[in-house]
Design a protein around this ligand. Structure first.
Ligand SMILES: Nc1nc2c(ncn2[C@@H]2O[C@H](COP(=O)(O)OP(=O)(O)OP(=O)(O)O)[C@@H](O)[C@H]2O)c(=O)[nH]1
Ligand SMILES: [Zn+2]
Length: 330
């Protein structure tokens, strides 16, 4: 087989550049297609099968594999030797132990942030998801579904585009496969995508339009499983019709803005910049003299509702951060 197969799986220079000369000789890269209890399904250029999630010699702080990861596997022992440095990682607070993070998915090229063109449409909600995307450092594309239910889908699109300069926004009828083809550019060979969005906005509908009846990767892996039944899969990659890969983000719906300060500063960079101009470094942007934010609102260059939304998200982020500090010092 050729390098093309690795490229199909999402292999890029970002990963290739991490291999030492020894590793080039004695190891081969594989991508984590699914994480099962006690074993990991992987695909590589010449292989498809399972490896153990336990990496010999790994230190407590080391990365352990999650779905979407690239692993190096020793050609002789067929055991994973390390996790390659990720492009990005979706994680959340573990529901079982809030002091721990739970890894959800790694190495996502594009996250589709889905909202619908109806009364559920909310700029505040889009901003929350955008903050998360910026924090994780994954490229966001806004997908506005149910365009068929409104006379004015362009008004929804314009409102979304106004959040950030250059933000990509597509409007679709998610049930129409030709319409959904507008997302094909992000779903081609070697590309990995994920979806974020509230319940009922049409994520499953979009996913079904982008996927064939079953995932090729999963079928191959299951065939090797030998048991003939579907094993309980925690997380897996699904093949898209256009050649790319879909990663589920279960548990990301109830998104918490913990430690998302970077993402917040990026999505609201206009406010971040203004705050640096305030006379007092600890300005609360209320009634203090010399507040650049209040001045911008008075001058009409900053919308007061945008400021309100930033303030709410900021309070949430600070609250989460201080709860975490308390927990750590206890
Ligand atoms: N008219 C119209 N209906 C849509 C569109 N997209 C989804 N729907 C309908 O909206 C409902 C919810 O769609 P889902 O795809 O289940 O939404 P979801 O985001 O996956 O919801 P959860 O599974 O709860 O997270 C279904 O009845 C869909 O048929 C669309 O573009 N136009
Ligand atoms: Zn201020």
């Amino acid at each position: 087989m050729t390098d093309q197969t690795l490229a199909d799986l999402g292999w890029t220079a970002h990963f290739a550049d991490q291999l030492s000369e020894d590793e080039l000789l004695y190891c081969h890269p594989v991508r984590v297609m699914a994480v099962h209890r006690g074993k990991i399904a992987v695909s590589g250029a010449e292989s498809q099968g399972f490896v153990s999630p336990y990496i010999a010699g790994a230190q407590p702080g080391d990365d352990h594999p999650t779905v979407g990861d690239w692993l190096l596997v020793d050609n002789r022992t067929q055991e994973a030797t390390r996790v390659l440095r990720r492009m990005n990682l979706f994680k959340r607070r573990s529901p079982a132990d809030p002091r721990k993070d739970q890894m959800i998915a790694a190495n996502v090229d594009t996250v589709f942030i889905v909202a619908s063109c109806n009364q559920d449409f909310s700029i505040a909600r889009l901003e929350r998801y955008l903050v998360l995307a910026r924090e994780v450092d994954v490229h966001p594309v806004i997908v506005l579904t149910k365009a068929d239910l409104t006379e004015t889908p362009e008004e929804f699109a314009a409102a979304a585009r106004a959040i950030e300069p250059g933000l990509l926004v597509e409007t679709v009828d998610g049930r129409d496969r030709t319409d959904v083809k507008r997302l094909a550019a992000w779903c081609g060979s070697g590309k990995t995508v994920a979806f974020l969005g509230s319940s009922g906005v049409g994520k499953s509908t979009l996913v079904n339009a982008l996927r064939g009846s079953d995932s090729i990767g999963t079928q191959a892996v299951r065939a090797k499983d030998g048991t003939g039944r579907h094993t309980t899969t925690v997380r897996e990659m699904h093949r898209l019709d256009d050649g790319g890969w879909l990663l589920d983000l279960p548990g990301m719906r109830e998104l918490q803005l913990s430690e998302a300060a970077t993402g917040l500063a990026e999505v609201f960079d206009d406010i971040t910049l203004l705050a640096q101009e305030c006379r007092f470094a600890d300005c609360s942007h209320g009634v203090e003299p010399g507040c650049a934010i209040q001045a911008a609102i008075a001058a009409g260059s900053l919308a007061p509702d945008r400021f309100d939304r930033w303030r709410k998200l900021n309070a949430e982020e600070n609250g989460a951060a201080s709860r975490l500090t308390k927990r750590r010092t206890r």
